[in-house]
Ligand binder design. Structure first.
Ligand SMILES: [Zn+2]
Length: 88
């Protein structure tokens, strides 16, 4: 026996769209899987910018390379700090 009708919890707990509607509120339709918007608000398959789209890039502060560089610098600083601590 299916208990689907009696357990709509997972369906209601799915991520919601949240786009602003003409009525002023937020759209509460379920967001398309893997996207933040529903099928009517930009979540449709094939919509949106292609992956690794460079058209909106302004400064590169959030590129994978920049993240990696900062991570390495942080690690190096941590090592240096540890070394200084040991020398005390
Ligand atoms: Zn929507």
């Amino acid at each position: 026996m299916s208990d689907h009708i009696k357990t709509p919890g997972p369906m209601g707990a799915s991520p919601r769209c949240g786009a602003r509607t003409r009525a002023g509120g937020a759209c509460r339709s379920p967001a398309v899987h893997g996207k933040k918007r529903c099928r009517m608000h930009g979540g449709a398959p094939g919509s949106g910018a292609p992956t690794a789209n460079q058209n909106a890039r302004k400064h590169g502060l959030f590129t994978r390379e920049a993240f990696a560089e900062r991570r390495e610098i942080r690690a190096l600083l941590g090592e240096a700090r540890k070394l200084l601590e040991e020398m005390k």
